[in-house]
Design a protein. Sequence first.
Length: 326
Amino acid sequence: MSTKTIAIVGITGNQGGSVATTFLNTPGWTIRGISRDPSKPSAQEWASKGVEIVAGDLDDIDSLKKAFSDVNVIFGTTDFWVHFQNPSVQEQAQKEGRTANELAYDRELQQVKNLVDAVAADTSALDLFVLSTLSDTKKWSKGKITWNYHFDAKAHGVDYLKEKYPALDKKTSLLQLGAFMSNWKQGQAPKKQEDGSYVMMQPMSGTSKIPMVDPNADTGNFVKALTEVSPGKNLVGAGSRASWDEWCALWGKHNGVKASFQQIPRKFLDDMGDFGHEMADMLQYFDEFGYDGSDPSVVNPDDLGVDVKYTTLEDYIKKTDWSSVL
């Protein structure tokens, strides 16, 4: 049986690792994992499983071109937060009188462009380019939401692809992963109250539905599904669309406790500075315009017409250890 090769940018991350796991267990595929440092332990762990590990840096287009040589499918992802959290970005922002959000936006957008340029350099063997992205909040909010930089950097990279490389666009599918179900580990978990009940607090409505995903378990499943259909999809990768009210009801039922959601003023986030302002604008966007901005081109996993495995919110809650919260 002939085999195909998938190149995975960021194989040591959550998304890339999930894609690698899925395709390692799919007959007919070989995997080329791309890492800035192939010698680091996390990259070598993949090599021990049979993955070809090659050097590739999103700031070095030539390295990406070499890494993408003769592959059939490319999965690409970029990370706004690695720039935002970089001390050098924080220092540069202060010197230039800009925000770290703006600089991180610039850096991520440039990396998306570098990725796209490298993919477009030789598409002779390419069947599909899957780009991990998010919706254009400025566009879909008609300019109302201006501080959701980690969404817009990715979306504006897609604009670049479509405008500069129409031929590559015909071989591209977009993957918008939903809100990570694991985000409770970053301070979003319900808090225990004096009466023994639990309350989750966010500056958004408890009834607005959000697509939610287990990225470690399911990113690979969504990419695999996209290889089984024609290119040109704009897939929201999620196992459930649920509100915070529904989240709390499922979580409370599973853990045998009373749990509820409380909407709080966005000032709680705005007072946290640039990071908080970004989060507040993102949640306002979800509330008023939807996670994907109600983009008419969006499809859901069940719309693809192929079998797609995914983790529902209830599945995730049941399999997760909540002892640190309870």
